[in-house]
Ligand binder design. Structure first.
Ligand code: NI
Length: 188
């Protein structure tokens, strides 16, 4: 089932999402719905708060970008209870990011593209991986959602000022979107 994407301004995006246990109600359906919703909106990653659920779940499939970033060829992940440690020996790289919850906004974000990620899969088997390149960026972006952060929080005060008008349009529900959304005001 395709779910509406919750937009910037909705309080669910500003709540920390806790770890879940295997008995989390409707977990399998939620993961399937997150996948369907992400593909329907042409995203490369989606976090549960973006469909209105404060639970530590992320789905990523960035393989559509594999021509540009070969490390994304194998980038399908269901991440449950992911926790990231940024490996400080990495180099900060600035690349443009967007977000389904921030339609029409694309800004360069500076991140270290080398991380260690711990998570469990859908069978709650634990995994630990060292990830680098664009995939590490996507994972950080999605896990930020679980920690109540948005990519615009990483922008400089000047860049933030420059996108203020666009942010206000989203808050007012005056944003055009090809996918179903749920905003703070428009509730549609
Ligand atoms: Ni996002």
């Amino acid at each position: 089932m395709i779910l509406p994407i919750y937009l910037y301004g909705h309080p669910v995006l500003r709540k920390i999402s806790p770890d879940i246990t295997p008995d989390f109600p409707g977990l399998k359906d939620l993961v399937e719905n997150m996948k369907a919703t992400m593909y329907a909106s042409d995203g490369i990653g989606i976090a549960a708060p973006q469909v209105g659920v404060n639970a530590r779940i992320v789905y990523i499939d960035a393989s559509v970008l594999a021509d540009t970033f070969p490390e994304l060829a194998e980038s399908k992940y269901v991440l449950i209870n992911p926790h990231i440690e940024v490996l400080e020996d990495g180099e900060k790289i600035s690349r443009e990011e967007g977000c389904l919850s921030l339609p029409g906004i694309h800004e360069p974000v500076s991140r270290i593209e080398k991380i260690r990620i711990n998570y469990v899969d859908e069978q709650f088997q634990p995994h630990e991986e060292i990830v680098s390149g664009y995939l590490a960026r996507v994972m950080q972006h999605e896990c930020d959602h679980l920690d109540a952060l948005l990519f615009i929080d990483h922008l400089s005060p000047i860049r933030k000022q420059l996108i203020k008008g666009k942010l206000n349009s989203i808050l007012k529900g005056k944003v055009k979107c090809d996918y179903r959304t749920k905003g703070y005001k428009n509730n549609k």
